[in-house]
Design a protein around this ligand. Structure first.
Ligand code: GLY
Ligand code: MN
Ligand code: MN
Length: 466
């Protein structure tokens, strides 16, 4: 058994998450005893249909329970340090269709909670806790995530405004169990990326590559995708969140196979995400142009990852990626001018328009990044994380260089900026589409740990695609 498997054989650390969140709520308690109340996502039905919608557990509830059951809820009694999970009782009408639900005894063995009760007992439990604390207890819950029938009877205050923020903040720093979950999601997705590259040998359409990716995730225990996979051949790779995934791999006009495929996809494992991008050549050999761009992007990524350690300023890492891109594009003759001038004029933003990465956890774009999408500076506007990265956080490092006409043409048409881009050289690169390389990095006090094992060395990728 690997260390990862041994960790995952234990319980999800719901109780320690509850304690961490309670600690962050302290300043709002006013020295009164308090409880945290959270609800799971409800079973919802497809409009005009008796099928339920695909289920995705509420992350705030999962963080304090580790429970993937719909229609559940929890109370954490902070003073008593007691975590109580409420699960739906047996509905005899439903058993014939769905089988017996998880029993309370089974749930107690499965989850890191002190007590398991039926959801029919929530109000009585709330009232009983309130009565033990007299008249001044506070209840913390999330606005719009409290069902109509729930009564905080006997509580002096109900605060619906601060719990969400406290959990979002707590989620930034991952414990070893969460790192094991993220590693597992990555291990499965690495297999799926390899399967997707191999599928390209016989595939005629992007959707066959997507199918190979998803099939491999499901077969290895990741039934859900962290986000809709992006499988983009040729120029489609220039669209950052391309999602059609239905284009032919052969150009219908020339009958020539497109140059390469960008695949940005990650399986989700027990509510934890992976987010990985790879680019591979169709036919097993990168074209000269794609290889040149790939080498620059790989250098951007390698150097940025090497900068990571607890407390690093994320903007500095993002800036470094732009500096490497500028040097590389100057070397290919795509840009003209001095490095500093190109940087000051934000010319590299035409080729690398997005942020270097984002926090990763139960959400692909995880909580706590404090972005500033109003930033007047185009280089930082789409940076999803601002400030220093704490040790224990997990961040994606995903530089890219794209040849997107919609973004680059305004630069070429601008009287002030056109001189910085060599349009003759650019003509040879449109077919590259886009190259992005994305790994998931655990930031530690002294450095980092790369959780992503999907191959990215040029020779390895080419061999898989051949
Ligand atoms: N897969 C979406 C992203 O990389 O942000
Ligand atoms: Mn990402
Ligand atoms: Mn991605």
């Amino acid at each position: 058994m690997t260390t990862m498997d041994a960790i995952l054989a234990g319980k999800y650390p719901a109780k320690s998450h509850a304690r961490r969140v309670a600690e962050l709520l302290k300043e709002h308690e006013h020295d009164a005893p308090s409880i945290i109340y959270l609800e799971a996502q409800k079973t919802r039905f497809i409009e005009d249909n008796d099928e339920s919608m695909p289920f995705r557990q509420r992350r705030f509830f999962y963080y304090l329970s580790g429970c993937l059951l719909p229609d559940s809820c929890l109370i954490y009694d902070v003073n008593a340090d007691k975590l109580i999970l409420f699960i739906p009782p047996i509905d005899p009408e439903e058993v014939v269709w769905s089988g017996l639900p998880l029993s309370q005894d089974e749930a107690l063995k499965l989850y890191d909670v002190d007590t398991v009760l039926a959801t029919t007992e929530v109000n009585a439990t709330l009232a009983s806790i309130a009565s033990t604390y007299g008249a001044n207890a506070a209840a913390f819950a999330i606005a719009d995530q409290v069902s109509n029938g729930i009564k905080f009877q006997g509580f002096a205050r109900t605060n619906l405004s601060v719990l969400k923020g406290a959990i979002e903040k707590s989620r930034v720093i991952k414990d070893r169990y969460e790192i094991a979950l993220l590693r597992k999601a990555n291990d499965i997705s690495a297999k799926a990326h390899i399967a997707a590259i191999k599928a390209s040998k016989t595939a005629l359409n992007e959707c066959e590559i997507e199918g190979a990716f998803i099939a491999t995730c499901i077969a290895n225990g990741a039934r859900e995708q962290s986000y809709h996979p992006i499988v983009a051949c040729g120029e489609n790779g220039a669209t950052l969140h391309y999602g059609k995934n239905d284009d032919g791999l052969i150009d219908p006009a020339t009958k020539i196979r497109k140059k390469n495929v960008l695949i940005d996809a990650g399986g989700e494992y027990r509510a934890y995400c992976s987010d990985i991008t790879r680019v591979f050549p169709l036919g097993g050999k990168f074209s000269m142009e794609t290889r040149q761009i790939y080498e620059i992007v790989l250098q951007m990524q390698t150097e940025c990852i090497a900068m990571l350690k607890g407390d690093v300023q994320w903007e500095d890492v993002h800036v470094h990626a732009h500096r490497v891109a500028i040097k590389g594009l100057l070397g290919l003759g795509l840009l003209r001018g001095s490095e500093d001038e190109l940087f000051e004029k934000r010319i590299s933003v035409a080729f690398f328009p997005h942020g270097l990465g984002h926090y990763l956890g139960m959400d692909t774009h995880d909580t706590g990044g404090n972005p500033n999408y109003e930033d007047k500076d185009s280089m930082f506007r789409y940076l999803r994380v601002r400030g220093r990265l704490p040790a224990g956080s997990v961040i994606t490092v995903e530089p890219g260089i794209y040849f997107c006409r919609f973004i680059i043409e305004p630069f070429i048409k601008s009287p002030e900026l056109s001189k910085y881009i060599d349009t003759d050289t650019l003509e040879r690169y449109w077919g590259v589409g886009g190259v992005r390389i994305e790994d998931n990095i655990h930031v530690t006090k002294e450095g980092y740990e790369n959780l992503t094992t999907a191959p990215k060395v040029i020779e390895e990728v080419e061999a898989l695609a051949l």
